[in-house]
Design a protein around this ligand. Structure first.
Ligand code: ADP
Length: 400
């Protein structure tokens, strides 16, 4: 610590008179032989240096007389000189005697410095002010995500609502033409269905991301989840002419919320159907892998380019927005899958190759059974030569 810093430390020491008095009283009460150890100045020094905040004391001439290492890390002090904005704020605080908050975010990115820093400036009296700076990057990032999300939701809702309005006008104009009324009426129904799906998925997502507690977890049979998810997707499969191949029941169990798991799996199967050409096979399989249960959905569809593979799990990210909308997609399906897996203590794995296909695998901690299935039972059954394969060795797999 520099010489001026020691002076300021003495100032702080004096300022902390009550604290010192209490400690002193405690010391006097102790028997002789316990007098060794750090003195109060040492303790204050340690306190300042161990703080998670960037601390600096500035005098009325704008000199930094004391600072800790964290103040350097946050960019508040460089080469013993204070950030201009912090010094100006200190001068103001010293003359007014009133505390102040000032944005001390780095103006340019340097090394490991945080993105956002907030400084709280307080008067210390006798011509000194203290800067107490904190890293607010996480809060700023969270706020930006929230703003983006609200903007996205508004946009996503505006489009179908606008369409319903225009279509309703068209119905009124065509009141005398039953064919036109039918055509526009069908379109209104499609838009209304899309709106309904979007609202349902938004509610599901808000529950999953902490607005509401997850219901109690129960023992869930993986085979039931697969059966129910496939039942939900049957119509979509029939209309796309795609056959879904399924392996044998496994008897595997997980601790979970059955409805959420069915939603997650049917989102994956719906996507496999939506992003595959007609008659390309889709495979659903389950197996035990170590401590985990894996449920995989593999397709031979359009695949996902490597640069998009992480991003497809973000809310409202679509590789091809027009195609997603044409298939009634909300852009929330994979975000839901990711959160469902995470809330069950698992994750989602993606292997994909453009033009070859994709395999999404939900991995959940397995529940131990009284009579565990034999290795033969828990292995994925061979499904047929034309069925899509999972990850190919040498191709990277991402996990979210
Ligand atoms: P959407 O409602 O648009 O399908 P999702 O969150 O389910 O939203 O998926 C996000 C994006 O990921 C999709 O728009 C699509 O571009 C891509 N995607 C998802 N699943 C597949 C798949 N099986 N094959 C190819 N692309 C996919």
């Amino acid at each position: 610590m520099s010489a001026p810093a020691s002076v300021a430390l003495a100032v702080l020491t004096l300022g902390a008179g009550v604290f010192i008095g209490a400690l002193w009283a405690g010391r006097r009460a102790r028997p002789a032989g316990h007098e060794t150890g750090p003195n109060l100045a040492d303790l204050l020094h340690r306190l300042v240096n161990s703080s998670h905040s960037g601390l600096a004391v500035v005098n009325q001439h704008g000199d930094v007389v004391l600072h800790n290492q964290r103040a350097i890390e946050l960019g508040v002090v460089r080469d013993d000189v204070g950030d201009d904005r912090a010094i100006k704020a200190c001068e103001q605080v010293i003359s007014s005697g009133l505390p102040l908050e000032v944005d001390l975010s780095p103006l340019e990115h340097r090394g490991r410095q945080p993105e956002a820093v907030m400084g709280h400036i307080r008067p210390l009296g006798d011509g000194f002010a203290a800067v107490d700076a904190e890293d607010t990057s996480d809060a700023v990032r969270l706020e930006a995500t929230r703003r983006d999300f609200v903007a996205n939701v508004s946009h996503e809702l505006k489009t179908p609502v606008g369409a319903v309005g225009l279509l309703a006008e068209a119905v009124l104009d065509a009141a005398d033409n039953p064919e036109e009324v039918h055509r526009f009426g069908t379109k209104i129904l499609n838009e209304a269905t899309r709106l309904g799906a979007l609202v349902t998925e938004l509610i599901a997502l808000s529950r999953l991301t902490g607005a509401e507690r997850l219901p109690e977890l129960a023992v869930v049979e993986v085979d039931d989840v697969v059966t129910e998810a496939l039942a939900r997707c049957r119509l979509a499969a029939e209309s796309s002419g795609i056959t879904i191949k399924v392996d044998e029941p496994s008897g595997l169990l997980v601790d979970g919320d059955r409805t959420l798991l069915v939603t997650a799996l049917s989102n994956l199967v719906d996507n496999a159907l939506a992003y595959s050409p007609p008659e390309a096979p889709v495979t659903v399989s389950r197996r035990r892998a170590g401590d985990m249960v894996e449920i995989a959905v593999a397709d031979r569809g359009i695949g996902i380019a490597p640069e998009h593979q992480q991003r497809v799990f973000e809310r409202f990210f679509r590789v091809d927005p027009a195609r997603s909308r044409a298939t009634g997609g909300t852009g929330l399906g994979l975000a839901i899958v990711k959160h469902v897996a995470a809330n069950h203590g698992g994750d989602v794995q993606l292997w994909s190759s453009p033009g070859v296909g994709s395999t999404f695998t939900i991995r959940l901690p397995a529940r131990e059974q009284a009579s565990a299935p034999s290795p033969a039972q828990s292995k994925t059954k061979k499904i047929g030569t034309e069925a899509p394969r999972g990850p190919v060795p040498g191709h990277p797999v991402i996990r979210v």
